[in-house]
Design a protein around this ligand. Structure first.
Ligand code: HEC
Ligand code: HEC
Ligand code: HEC
Ligand code: HEC
Ligand code: HEC
Length: 349
């Protein structure tokens, strides 16, 4: 009997080793527990190189950037806070303030009432959110454990995409029966898109493109040179062709409002000729009266895909613009132009 149990244990051991690392994410339903205090301030003091780059990342700015703050005013929900200020102490700071986030007149911009300070939330997605679980400091390997002043738990999963998946792949929530539940509708599908690209022959991991040489700035859509380097734009007469050459997921991916437009200038006025991105409509459930968003179109550019766009005969100029917010955001004076969009390419005809 004991021998059979031993044999069983030996047989199941390799299977256990293959079990994916559990990062403890919940698609925004709960905060992320790490077993350690929330602030990354002491990590920053000793790891200056990573810290300096992280200071310039969207991860650092995940809670206090204006476009997210504007979204939180429209939808002041714990769901958002559990990813943008993900640790329990960070979320608690923001949740204590949530009722002060209400926009009394959405057309007149942000009008937050007095709030408590949010020093921990201001760290956004910090060192602890990615590098600490069960109170242990995680690194891809434990090579430096001998001289590090703290323990190191070798965790190759740090760079296999599963960590990113915890926040970069999730479903839409609805408030039903007194609590938040997830629907089948995808809100962000970056990791699924990337897995599909890998299955079709793509080779790079998220960290190969977004953390070259361990760069903690996580360059993305706000780094225009980074975007330009991954898309080929050619013009033949009045036909522009955009080809996604260096993106391992849809372009754009991520936030549901992110989109690119190809615009033409005719008679001194700019108008959009083609839009690249997802489109959603808001639907109200007749029984529960709950509102939810449904995807009605997806014109995102898939990896390797060329997209030809015909410009009007009378156009004098063209441009390709990255939009960070929604059309509604651009029609009210809450955010500045620089926060809302940036021009990637432009030319005369
Ligand atoms: C008192 C200084 C100090 C503090 C505080 C500290 N570290 Fe370290 N850490 C080190 C040193 C020294 C090493 C050894 C490798 C090196 O020299 O970079 C190390 C190693 C590491 C490694 C592995 C590096 C590698 O190249 O293998 C990681 C990851 C890490 N620390 C993350 C953190 C995080 C996250 C925190 C905060 C929760 C933190 N450290 C706090 C000094 C510190
Ligand atoms: C499961 C994690 C998660 C939840 C929940 C979540 N977000 Fe995000 N959010 C992200 C990630 C990851 C990105 C980065 C993707 C990108 O830049 O397109 C992001 C990007 C954004 C952006 C774009 C920011 C920018 O810099 O352009 C806005 C605005 C935003 N989220 C608002 C919200 C609001 C409002 C909610 C709640 C209704 C919410 N998010 C819920 C993970 C989450
Ligand atoms: C969004 C998640 C994320 C955040 C935030 C983050 N890191 Fe990292 N860090 C990683 C990943 C992933 C790697 C491994 C990179 C690779 O494989 O090339 C890494 C690598 C490292 C390493 C080298 C050791 C190793 O595992 O390769 C150190 C040291 C480190 N991070 C420290 C920090 C410090 C200090 C902070 C805060 C200032 C921080 N990190 C913030 C994800 C993160
Ligand atoms: C704890 C949640 C969390 C984890 C884990 C996480 N991210 Fe993020 N990430 C975010 C949020 C939230 C934002 C958007 C911040 C904003 O602009 O509001 C973001 C922004 C980014 C951006 C910049 C997007 C842009 O629009 O320019 C990149 C690139 C990125 N993450 C890559 C990664 C990669 C690669 C990993 C895994 C190594 C990872 N992230 C892990 C939450 C996370
Ligand atoms: C082959 C390189 C490559 C790989 C692999 C890759 N990315 Fe990207 N990613 C890019 C480039 C280039 C951009 C800038 C173009 C753009 O805005 O989509 C980008 C943009 C982003 C953005 C900003 C949203 C947007 O599209 O505007 C996020 C968030 C992001 N990546 C997360 C990830 C995550 C998470 C993974 C892994 C699951 C990953 N990326 C894998 C190259 C890559």
């Amino acid at each position: 009997m004991i021998l059979r149990l031993l044999a069983l244990a030996l047989l199941t051991a390799p299977a256990l080793a293959d079990t994916p690392f559990d990062w403890g994410f919940s698609e925004g339903l709960t905060p992320v527990r790490t077993g350690r205090e929330a602030s990354g301030a002491d990590c920053i003091g000793c790891h200056e190189d990573q810290a300096e780059r992280w200071q310039h990342s969207r991860h650092r700015a995940a809670h206090d950037n204006p476009i997210y703050q504007s979204g939180l005013v429209d939808e002041p929900s714990p769901f958002c806070v559990h990813c943008h200020a993900p640790l329990p102490e960070q979320s608690a700071e923001v949740l204590a303030n949530l009722r002060h986030y209400v926009a009394r007149d959405p057309s007149r911009g942000l009008q937050p009432r007095p709030r408590l300070p949010e020093p921990l939330a201001a760290e956004g997605v910090n060192c602890v959110a990615c590098h600490v679980r069960d109170g242990q400091i995680l690194a891809t390997n434990a090579d430096t454990a001998e001289w590090a002043p703290h323990g190191i738990t070798a965790t190759p999963a740090l760079s296999d995409g599963s960590l990113c998946e915890g926040c970069h792949d999730f479903h839409m929530p609805i408030f039903e029966g007194g609590s938040w539940i997830l629907t089948d509708e995808i809100m962000q599908g970056t990791t699924s898109e990337w897995r599909a690209w890998r299955a079709a022959g793509g080779t790079e991991r998220c960290v190969d493109c977004h953390m070259p040489a361990g760069d903690h700035a996580f360059r993305g859509a706000y780094d225009l040179d980074f975007v330009r380097g991954a898309v080929a734009v050619t013009r033949d007469g009045r036909t522009l062709t955009l080809t996604s050459t260096g993106v391992g997921h849809a372009l754009p991916t991520g936030d549901l409002f992110r989109n690119l437009t190809v615009d033409a200038r005719v008679d001194g006025r700019w108008s959009t000729v083609h839009r690249i991105g997802r489109t959603f409509e808001e639907v109200q459930d007749p029984l529960t009266l709950a509102w939810s968003k449904h995807e009605v179109a997806d014109t995102s550019l898939q990896p390797g895909e060329p997209r030809a766009v015909a410009l009007p005969e009378s156009a004098a100029r063209w441009r390709i613009r990255m939009h960070y917010g929604s059309d509604a955001d651009e029609h009210r004076e809450r955010l500045t132009d620089a926060e809302l969009y940036a021009d990637l390419w432009q030319g005369e005809l």
